[in-house]
Ligand binder design. Structure first.
Ligand code: DAT
Ligand code: MG
Length: 155
C-alpha cells in the first residue's frame, strides 16, 4: 500500500498548553501527514503501564506512567508514505537536552520540558504502530481502512 500508518500522541504537557498544542498540530498539517483519526482522552494508569510495558523496570517507568495519566492527551492515526520515520524525525530525539542540541527546531527541541515530559509520542516500527493504533482506536480496522479509505486519499 502507498500509505503507511503511525500512532502519534500529544502528551499532557503539550495538551495543557493551547499554543503548544496548536503548534504541534500545525506541524502535522504542514508536513502533509494525513489525519486519519483523532481523539482526546484521559488515560488510566493501567493503560499507561500496558502501553509502556517494554520500559517496565527502568528508573523512569513510574514517573512516565504517572505523567501520562496526569491529564488529557490527544491521539492521532497519521498516514504518509513514510509516516513512522517522518513523524519520529519531526519529534526529534527522546531526551530534551539532546533534542535542543541536535534538533533545536524539532517538536521536542522546541517544546520538550524534560526527558519524561517530552511533548509527543510516535510509534517506532510497523509492528508497534499496529499494536499502538489498536490500543487507542479499538474500533479501527487497518485492513478495512486500506480497502475502503486509503484509495480515497490523494496524497
Ligand atoms: P521515544 O518516546 O522517543 O520512543 P522511548 O520509547 O525510549 O522514547 O521512551 C518512552 C518514553 O519514556 C519517552 O518518551 C520518555 C520516557 N523516557 C525515556 N527515556 C527516559 C529517560 N532517560 N529519562 C526519563 N524519561 C525517559
Ligand atoms: Mg518509544
Amino acid at each position: 500500500p502507498a500509505l503507511q500508518l503511525t500512532l502519534a500522541l500529544i502528551k499532557p504537557d503539550a495538551v495543557a498548553h493551547p499554543l503548544i498544542l496548536e503548534a504541534v498540530h500545525q506541524r502535522i498539517l504542514r508536513n502533509r501527514l494525513l489525519i486519519v483519526r483523532r481523539r482526546e482522552l484521559l488515560w488510566r494508569r493501567a493503560d499507561c503501564r500496558r502501553f509502556y510495558q517494554e520500559h517496565e523496570g527502568r528508573f523512569f517507568y513510574q514517573r512516565l506512567v504517572e505523567f501520562m495519566a496526569s491529564g488529557p492527551i490527544r491521539a492521532y492515526i497519521l498516514a504518509h508514505p513514510d509516516a513512522i520515520q517522518l513523524w519520529r524525525t519531526l519529534m526529534g530525539p527522546t531526551r530534551v537536552f539532546r533534542a535542543r542540541h541536535v534538533a533545536p527546531d524539532s517538536i521536542r527541541g522546541s517544546f520538550g520540558l524534560t526527558d519524561t515530559r517530552n511533548t509527543t509520542h510516535g510509534s517506532d516500527s510497523v509492528a508497534s504502530a499496529s499494536r499502538e493504533i489498536a490500543a487507542f482506536f479499538p474500533d479501527f480496522s487497518e485492513r478495512r481502512w486500506y480497502e475502503e479509505e486509503e484509495p480515497q486519499w490523494r496524497w
